[in-house]
Design a binder for this molecule. Structure first.
Ligand SMILES: [Zn+2]
Length: 361
């Protein structure tokens, strides 16, 4: 009897687990079906982008990756096709789905009610939308459209119709619509949003890769991110230069230090020290680089911005796309030097000032 009892409990537990998975997948299906009717598209439409925090979000103790399967099977969008991305969020944030049609700029945002995940799959299938989603918002997010219809743009941002995710989702949608590369969108998704800072990291990466190319498996890049800004998230993902693997060391500068450096280096911001390290030879080549934001504001026409307050960073994001392959318009070398193991340790250790070790301040 006891054996039979424990078998029953096991079966019960397994079926609960399956029900959880089924219902999470079902929520993805439900969101996709709603988007297909609201944005009028068919499965496999290449003009559709899907963004979500599914897989990162944990709802009522359950991970949510199965929603990705529901989304993908229903819309036909996938990571492989470069039209489904997981946007990084902390696990405690609400689960959301977002669909964007680049043909007309229309977008739909849906946020899931945690209670919906305790429904049975068949119950979920027939549940009304408002029992499953706490928010369903639609807007045109094409940047040109929003600038020409600023009342609508103001509404999207001021009323936070995507629950505070507006900047993140609008930025990523617009560069995707303009054929941004997969690695770039991945970097923006890891950073949580796209801002000119991420683009500066992308440009710095290209600059370093040209100046100090990786030639052997013994080589890797190490970043002394002093001072850090959004660029460093792009570098972590593009170069696998993560914190935990000692690929990047982060140190802040005081405002006084930043201003003194800016005055010294032609109004450019010091962006950090970038080392191509050879772990066999135990030596490397280092570049101290700067990024000229003043020039970037001028080139993108955002220097004396008069338009809506939500717009200049988005405008910059799009206009900076023209310079992805010309990083030298903003990136320049402050100093080149060689490092051995001892020097590298000095650049990395707490208590040392890396820019002083490098001799640039
Ligand atoms: Zn940023």
């Amino acid at each position: 009897m006891r054996v039979l009892g424990s078998i029953c409990i096991t079966i019960l537990l397994i079926s609960c687990a399956l029900a959880d998975d089924g219902v999470i997948q079902g929520v993805g299906v439900k969101a996709a079906e709603k988007a297909m009717s609201e944005l009028s598209f068919e499965r496999g439409d290449g003009n559709i982008l899907v963004l979500t925090n599914a897989g990162y979000a944990i709802v009522s103790g359950m991970t949510t990756q199965k929603a990705l399967k529901g989304l993908s099977e229903t819309t036909g969008c996938s990571q492989g096709d470069g039209n489904l991305f997981q946007v990084l969020r902390p696990h405690w944030k609400p689960l959301w789905f977002y669909f964007f049609n680049r043909e007309n700029g229309e977008a739909l945002y849906l946020q899931v009610k945690p209670e919906a995940l305790s429904m049975r799959p068949e119950e979920l299938r027939s549940a009304p939308d408002d029992a499953v989603f706490s928010r369903i918002s639609k807007a045109n997010v094409d940047l040109d459209y929003m600038l020409n219809n600023s009342d609508e743009g103001n509404r999207t941002f001021n009323e936070r119709i995507f629950d505070g995710n507006e900047f993140s989702l609008v930025g990523i949608s617009n560069v995707w619509a303009r054929n941004a590369s997969f690695d770039f969108i991945q970097a923006a998704s890891f950073h949580d949003h796209l801002c000119p800072g991420v683009t500066s990291g992308y440009m710095i990466a290209k600059y370093v890769e040209k100046e100090l190319p990786i030639n052997s498996s013994a080589e890797s890049y190490k970043v002394i991110a002093v001072p850090p800004w959004c660029k460093d998230d792009a570098l972590q993902i593009l170069w696998d230069a993560t914190v935990g693997k000692s690929g990047i060391f982060v140190m802040a500068l005081t405002d006084t230090e930043k201003n003194a450096l800016k005055a010294k280096y032609n109004q450019s911001d010091v962006a950090g020290i970038f080392v191509r390290w050879n772990d066999t030879a135990k030596q490397g080549d280092a570049l101290v680089l700067s990024f000229n934001w003043t020039r970037m504001y001028e080139l993108t026409g955002t220097k004396d911005w008069k338009g809506p307050t939500w717009a200049p960073k988005l405008v910059m994001d799009l206009r900076m796309m023209d310079y992805w392959d010309e990083p030298e318009v903003a990136v320049s070398v402050i100093k080149r030097f060689q490092v051995d193991q001892n020097r590298l340790a000095q650049l990395q250790n707490a208590g040392m000032h890396p820019l002083k070790v490098a001799g640039v301040m």
